[in-house]
Design a protein around this ligand. Structure first.
Ligand SMILES: NC(=O)c1ccc[n+]([C@@H]2O[C@H](COP(=O)([O-])OP(=O)(O)OC[C@H]3O[C@@H](n4cnc5c(N)ncnc54)[C@H](OP(=O)(O)O)[C@@H]3O)[C@@H](O)[C@H]2O)c1
Length: 244
């Protein structure tokens, strides 16, 4: 598969890049830092013998049409588009300034939506099976005061992916969305959790294995569906007391 991977330098992104290369997929890596992308590309070529191209783009300040055109042109068509980027902020509790809130919205929702919009005609016209993968968060199950703009943006992304699935229904392109639980990546840091924190490599294995499966929204790890249901239906009187 020709795979476009946004957020390739992150915790989950890097694990996905490795897992895709291990499965002999051809990669187009996108991130913000050219040096890191260059080193990662060289590592993947050397270790797995796959073709890897890369380009820099900042989701808060980019031209989606140009990025889409470059990727499609360089790869000669895309079979998989995976958006593994994301941004959190410890001050996302109402104390961020306008530029901080804007950045969270651009990286977690506006940027991915603009990029997929630029790619959607290409994906709808693919003669062979293609797949789009988005990464949401269990944070969008219920809005909490600690990550307000992040959770709002991830909810928006969740809905956009459902709309994209609806739009591409009947074409050869599948749409998969993951509500990810806690993962031990730079975003999660060394925070403690009463619930298990997954290794990004394990999550990447699941996502890559599922690439040929049908469209849908899933929790990853899958057991997160149970805490999500509890959280979703918890009465407000109990939910408001939660500190997690
Ligand atoms: N970790 C968790 O517990 C957790 C839980 C639920 C959902 N998620 C979601 O899982 C996905 C992967 O996150 P992660 O845990 O791997 O986080 P991470 O290690 O912090 O990686 C985030 C990635 O997003 C990229 N990114 C940030 N700002 C960007 C921008 N302006 N333009 C382009 N790329 C940008 C980062 O690029 P740089 O390397 O250049 O910074 C990095 O590649 C995200 O969608 C996240 O929201 C994570």
């Amino acid at each position: 598969m020709n795979c476009f991977l946004m957020g390739a330098t992150g915790g989950l992104g890097r694990a996905l890049a490795n897992e895709l290369a291990r499965n002999q997929h051809r990669l187009y890596l996108v991130g913000r830092d050219a040096e890191t992308l260059g080193a990662l590309s060289a590592e993947l070529r050397e270790e797995h013998g796959v073709d890897v191209d890369y380009v820099t783009a900042d989701l808060a300040d980019f031209d989606p049409d140009q990025l889409a055109e470059n990727a499609v042109g360089t790869m000669g068509g895309l079979d998989a588009v995976i958006i593994a980027s994301g941004l959190g902020d410890p001050d996302d509790n109402g104390s961020l300034d306008d530029s901080g809130v804007r950045r969270l919205l651009e990286v977690n929702m506006n940027g991915p939506v603009r990029l997929l919009n630029a790619l959607s005609a290409h994906l709808a016209d693919r003669p062979d099976t293609a797949v789009v993968v988005g990464i949401g968060s269990v944070a969008s199950v219920r809005g909490r005061g600690q990550n307000m703009a992040y959770a709002g943006a991830k909810s928006g992304l969740d809905t956009y992916f459902e709309a994209l699935r609806h739009r591409l229904d009947g074409t050869a392109c599948r749409v998969q969305f993951y509500r990810a639980g806690f993962m031990r990546t730079p975003m999660f840091g060394d925070r403690k959790s009463i619930l298990p924190v997954a290794r990004p490599e394990r999550v990447a294995e699941v996502i890559v294995r599922n690439l040929s499966r049908r469209s849908g929204t899933r929790y990853v790890p899958a057991w997160w569906v149970f805490p999500a249901i509890v959280l979703r239906w918890m009465p407000w009187a109990a939910f408001r007391r939660l500190s997690v």
